[in-house]
Design a protein around this ligand. Structure first.
Ligand code: PLP
Length: 364
């Protein structure tokens, strides 16, 4: 008897995944190294041309005085918050209830740094000025994530962002940007990364999401903040003797993809339109404001899995590798557009959506 394939198996076999930049395999690094002179010296414990040049260029790009390369955003952001709390002598900060620090970091901020987070806004929307004005206690730092990943990549209006920044400056509250996907939100705001970063005291950006490198992050701010960050990076064991595989890949894919953010954003909107035409499907946010969005479907996870496996096998199109259950009769998944979308055979994509809509119309 033929066992039904799992969603992940069917996705891995589908030649046309809709999201991302392609498989995260060793080819990602091989492609970078092909371009590099084999005699180039490694960075050594945070020093050397490879790391210092990249940090300098990223500081310029983000419009900040200085920048430091970290192996992970998790390490970079906990350190940023620690510095701002120490400066004010107040171990208290605020962020969204679905912040990466709150739900994905095993309480590193609380356990390692003894910093207490206050959760602002509810889980369905982004933080607004009113949430901060209603705070009953003083905080050292407010962390804003642009776009807010866990709610489909929502963004506040730019005017709201400016108002939050002005309010925090007046009150002596430092503003830190979790910009894991900052580059991906620049087309919607119609602002450069540096213009957005000007509103913040410290900024973290990632090089393996929209940019598609292996791993790694930049933390940027004024010179003194970055000097202190480097001390904390050493304390955390973040000064690997050589970080060059991460830095070279960050640099290579940054140069390749930074100008494609507008294309990814437009493609996300085009794809969202296709989902919007399907019965029982809701996109969150209603219109994408970056290269990402969430697709909520009013069908049980198990049922949608079997529908997807059939469609992947018939058309070669892979919508998603996973589904997250939201209730007995509903589930969702995240879409994040990268290079793969432009290469999709559009007749197959249309066929996949036709089949999806057909199946959902019967059920809903
Ligand atoms: C919004 C956000 N912040 C921070 C991080 C942490 O990044 P890293 O995986 O480099 O630690 C992530 C990673 O997914 C993220 O999505």
């Amino acid at each position: 008897m033929n066992e039904m394939k799992t969603l992940l198996q069917a996705f891995n076999e589908a030649p046309y995944p809709v999201g991302g930049h392609g498989k995260r395999n060793v080819r990602v690094l091989q492609e970078v190294l092909k371009e590099i002179d084999e005699n180039l010296d490694s960075d050594v414990y945070g020093k050397g041309d490879i790391i210092e040049d990249f940090q300098g260029r990223m500081a310029d790009f983000l419009g900040k005085e200085s920048a430091v390369f970290f192996p992970s955003g998790t390490m970079a952001q906990q350190i940023a918050l620690r510095i701002w709390c120490d400066r004010k002598g107040l171990p208290k900060i605020a962020y969204h209830p679905l912040s990466h620090l709150e739900i994905h970091e095993e309480d590193g901020l609380k356990k390692l740094h003894h910093i207490e987070p206050i959760l602002l806004a509810d889980k369905t929307r982004v933080i607004g000025l009113e949430d901060i004005m209603n705070l009953q206690e003083d905080i050292a730092c407010l962390l804003l994530e642009l776009p807010q990943r866990e709610i489909g990549g929502q963004l506040p209006d730019y005017q709201e962002l400016e108002a939050i920044s002005a309010y925090c400056r007046e009150r002596g509250i430092k503003l830190h940007l979790d910009g894991a996907r900052l580059f991906e939100s620049t087309p919607y705001y119609r602002k450069s990364a540096a213009e957005i970063c000007r509103l913040f005291d410290s900024v973290y950006v990632s090089f393996y999401k929209g940019i598609g490198g292996i791993a790694g992050a930049i933390l940027a701010g004024d010179k003194e903040f970055v000097r202190e960050s480097k001390v904390w990076k050493r304390r955390h064991g973040g000064d690997l003797i050589s970080l060059y595989p991460y830095i070279l890949s960050a640099d290579y894919y940054f140069m390749q993809r930074i100008d494609k953010m507008e294309q990814y954003y437009n493609e996300a909107r085009e794809l969202a339109d296709l989902y919007n035409q399907c019965s029982g499907v809701t996109i969150r946010p209603i219109e994408p404001v970056s290269n990402m969005f969430h697709v909520h479907v009013e069908v049980s996870k198990e049922h949608l899995e079997s529908i997807f496996v059939n469609i992947y096998e018939k058309t070669g199109i892979g919508f998603t590798r996973y589904l997250q259950e939201t209730s007995e009769n509903s589930c969702y998944f995240e879409v994040s557009i990268g290079d793969s979308y432009a290469d999709l055979p559009k007749d197959r994509l249309r066929e996949a959506f036709h089949l999806l809509n057909q199946e959902l119309s019967i059920l809903i």
